[in-house]
Ligand binder design. Structure first.
Ligand code: HEC
Ligand code: HEC
Length: 493
């Protein structure tokens, strides 16, 4: 066992291997134009998802986390110091740290309990004080745990945003969403923003050339963001733009869609939930450690839409109770799939958006260069795969990545980072099976309650669902429940 632990520590904190193809010869001044450090393909995890190898791997991780807690008892602040040294941006740039090592550090940082030695010094506060935040807790997992690693949170894990630091009624509740497929979401949003930006540039050029106002319909990946008018003097009329800010940058993170990159969101999470300064304001969480957290989140297995398999005849739980009947859900699923379209759900919860490039480039922090990873190769199955018919990589996220007016009943009290009180981003439904409760404040314990909470632009879909008969509602639920994470072996500690 001792050997196993020593191996684990070497594996995670000491594996200074040559996995990344860095280019250390360029000076930091060329940071903006510098090509990203490319991750070498990760070694595929050994064994089938439910194999004994995976169980052993899960056991090693549990042992490692336990061991690291003992190390903290012996030498508080140990893990943060060690992981900062390994995930040093200069060493990442020089190709001295493999992306797998960084991913593993990110995984451990996600469950690490931040202490005073790490810079977590303020007393806990349940309600945020303005945009300063809490701190409310000591680790990421305390809110993101439900349904698997980096999962959702229960209602009791809600955060209370933009309050007075004291009264829950002064703040806006937000439920922790599951952190699934975030890299793909960022990549889709970036491609959409680039396309909108190109439309704007072209309209401005044409307006200047013709001396007349030019109107352009903003459409990208089949999603309409309204209309923009470019004037010959170079100004823009953005009053017809919908579902995105006037800067046309699609911001896919947060219930309201107010952050454009994972790096921004993770920095903000560290600052508001733990009140830990990030490298911009002075250590302790270095940009290398933030990159590690991003790599961990970016490489989590993707959720799937799986037609539910037949539930076999199960044994009776106790003698007088009859054996449950055998179910086959495939017909219900197909009918539910069709209802998802006909009830108007797919208008906002777009089942598939097609990604042009599978390479996720994490933007550079204040020190160090961007890191890139190919998600069609370097994640565990199900891999992102090219579809020649669609001309790209389909991502089944069930969202248009657009904000909608959800009506006064869903409105928050405060404008959050410039987003109006009644605006919310279409929530991605992938992984829905393991992420209850639903809706931005966790008010919906079950799918029916979530649909009933759709007002404003969602009103027609809510009515369409209400008008379905008992069996049709069941079919639609079966379809929604088929959006789930792959099963993996984990050992709680
Ligand atoms: C106190 C509870 C809490 C803790 C601790 C917490 N989160 Fe969150 N997280 C939330 C809530 C609530 C949201 C939704 C916030 C919003 O929409 O404004 C969220 C959203 C996110 C998102 C955006 C997801 C999306 O789909 O929009 C990311 C990324 C994230 N958290 C990462 C982290 C990381 C990394 C940590 C640890 C450094 C962390 N969180 C710690 C509660 C928490
Ligand atoms: C007008 C766009 C729109 C339509 C149409 C729509 N939704 Fe939504 N949906 C949203 C938005 C926006 C949210 C997030 C709202 C919030 O939390 O405030 C959401 C949230 C949800 C959630 C909760 C997800 C979670 O993780 O908490 C479910 C479930 C859901 N929708 C299902 C449906 C179904 C089923 C239909 C069709 C009957 C439908 N929606 C139609 C925009 C829409």
């Amino acid at each position: 066992m001792r050997d196993a632990i020593v191996f684990s520590l070497v594996w995670v904190l000491g594996a200074w291997c040559l996995g990344c193809d860095g280019n250390p010869s360029l000076p930091p001044s060329s940071q903006q134009s510098r090509a990203p450090v490319f991750c070498d393909p990760f070694a595929p995890a050994a064994g089938e998802p439910m194999s004994i190898e995976r169980a052993r791997d899960a056991h090693r991780w549990a042992e490692l986390r336990r061991h690291l807690r003992m190390r903290e008892a012996l030498d508080p602040g140990h893990f943060m110091r060690q992981s900062a040294a390994v995930a040093d941006p200069q060493r990442i740039d020089a190709g001295e740290v493999s992306c797998k090592t960084l991913r593993d550090i990110g995984r451990l940082l996600f469950t690490h309990d931040f202490t005073a030695q790490d810079g977590h010094t303020e007393p806990l506060r349940r309600v945020h004080r303005g945009d300063e935040g809490g701190p409310e807790t000591h680790n990421c997992r305390s809110c993101h745990w439900r349904g698997g690693e980096a999962g959702a949170g229960a209602v009791l894990d809600n955060i209370f945003l933009l309050g007075d630091g004291d009264r829950i009624s002064s703040a806006d509740p937000r439920n922790p969403p599951p952190l699934l497929g975030l890299a793909l979401v960022q990549m889709l949003a970036q491609e959409m923003s680039a396309s909108l930006e190109a439309d704007r540039a072209q309209a401005l050029r044409r307006a200047r050339a013709t001396g007349e106002a030019v109107a352009v319909d903003l459409q990208t990946k089949g999603v309409s963001f309204g209309r923009l008018v470019a004037m010959p003097d170079g100004t823009l009329d953005t009053s017809g733009v919908e579902g995105v800010d006037a800067d046309l940058v699609v911001k896919p993170f947060g219930w309201k869609g107010n952050f454009s990159t994972m790096r921004q969101f993770v920095r903000d999470s560290v600052s508001v939930h733990f009140r830990l300064p990030t490298e911009r304001d002075g250590v302790p969480l270095t940009e290398g450690q933030v990159t590690s957290l991003l790599l961990f989140l970016a490489t989590l297995p993707l959720p799937q839409v799986t037609i539910p398999e037949r539930i076999p005849d199960l044994p009776s739980i106790a003698e007088p109770i009859p054996r449950p009947p055998s179910f086959d859900f495939s017909d219900d699923w197909s009918r539910g799939h069709a209802l998802f379209e006909s009830a108007g759900c797919a208008g906002c919860h777009r089942p598939t958006l097609v990604l042009d490039s599978p390479v996720f480039v994490m933007e550079a922090g204040p020190s160090g260069w961007p890191v890139a990873i190919d998600l069609s190769q370097d994640i565990e199955p199900p891999l992102l795969s090219y579809d020649a018919g669609l001309g790209g990589y389909p991502v089944h996220l069930f969202s248009d990545l657009k904000r909608h007016n959800m009506g006064p009943e869903a409105a928050s009290q405060h404008v959050h980072r410039g987003v109006a009180v009644d605006q919310y981003l279409t929530r991605r439904l992938w992984g829905l099976n393991g992420s209850a409760p639903y809706f931005h404040d966790g008010r919906a314990p079950f799918i029916d309650h979530a649909i009933a909470a759709h007002t404003g632009e969602g009103e027609a879909a809510r009515r369409a669902f209400e008008s379905l008969d008992f069996g049709q509602k069941a079919d639609l639920r079966i379809f929604l429940m088929s959006m789930r994470r792959p099963l993996v072996v984990t050992i709680p500690d």
